[in-house]
Design a protein around this ligand. Structure first.
Ligand code: ATP
Length: 240
């Protein structure tokens, strides 16, 4: 029998007033899979991400998580279920220390002090710079380091599904490589990841499955590396 997907989206629509941002999205993420959604500015990537995390209402269609319909569920309930988002633009708490930012991600497990301490060490092992600077305000970190902090904070929630919204945005090429290396590593450790990116080349090259979104609709989907070979993708997203 086919394994039930962790995330299944069926005919999902979303509106901003009269503007329709999502026009019937169908998409699946299976356990242990890295799925990348690529598309141009304004195509609806962030809206889809926020609809999954519950920060933006759906106007129609369905979102199933572990087979349960969560379409109308509040965002905080979805976090409890194991959906954890590292938001676009990072949104770390600048005046708080790096460590306190990470601990915020663990608020659901606050009673499990030993487990949280172990999780913290795992994040520090993955991002040694965060350990080095753990007592400093998060606002003192560079853009790339803040991105690492945002991912680390999302991991502290012990997600079953990790949502990454444009983790490479605004980063220098070397840091982009570093961030994608981390994403690939998480995937290698069995994490289920839904990645939204404008950097189509980098995202599709590491994705098990890729989707292309244009004006609120999925226009293509295939294995990530296969999409990289697609003529339409090459022309529209890879500048070839
Ligand atoms: P970006 O890479 O710039 O974040 P995106 O692919 O994530 O782009 P969205 O931000 O999801 O695209 O936007 C999808 C559509 O919805 C666009 O046409 C955008 O103008 C519109 N939109 C987004 N946010 C709002 C809002 N708060 N009010 C009205 N329209 C919005």
């Amino acid at each position: 029998a086919e394994v039930q997907p962790v995330l299944a989206i069926r005919g999902l629509t979303s509106h901003y007033g009269r503007i329709q941002a999502l026009r019937g999205i169908d998409l699946e993420v299976r356990a242990g899979e890295l799925v990348a959604l690529v598309g141009a500015n304004g195509a609806g990537k962030t809206t889809l991400m926020r609809t999954i995390s519950g920060l933006q209402p759906a106007s129609g269609g369905q979102i199933l998580f572990d087979g349960v319909d969560i379409t109308r569920e509040r965002a905080d309930r979805r976090v409890v279920r194991g959906i954890s988002q590292s938001p676009e633009g990072r949104q770390v708490f600048g005046p708080l220390s790096i460590e306190d930012n990470l601990l915020l991600g663990a608020f659901l497990h606050a009673r499990d002090k030993v487990g949280v301490a172990a999780d913290l060490e795992k994040v520090y092992a993955r991002f040694p710079i965060l350990k080095e600077k753990r007592r400093l305000p998060a606002g003192t970190l560079s853009g790339g380091q803040q991105q690492m902090l945002a991912i680390g904070r999302a991991l502290m929630a012990r997600p079953k599904l990790l949502l990454l919204d444009e983790p490479s945005m605004g980063l220098a090429p070397l840091l982009v490589e570093e961030i994608f290396a981390v994403v690939r590593e998480l995937r290698g450790q069995g994490m289920t990841i839904f990645l939204v990116e404008q950097n189509a080349a980098a995202a599709l090259s590491i994705a098990d499955t890729g989707y292309v979104i244009e004006t609120g609709e999925i226009v293509l989907s295939d294995a990530g590396p296969r999409l990289l070979e697609n003529e339409r993708v090459k022309e529209a997203y890879l500048g070839m």
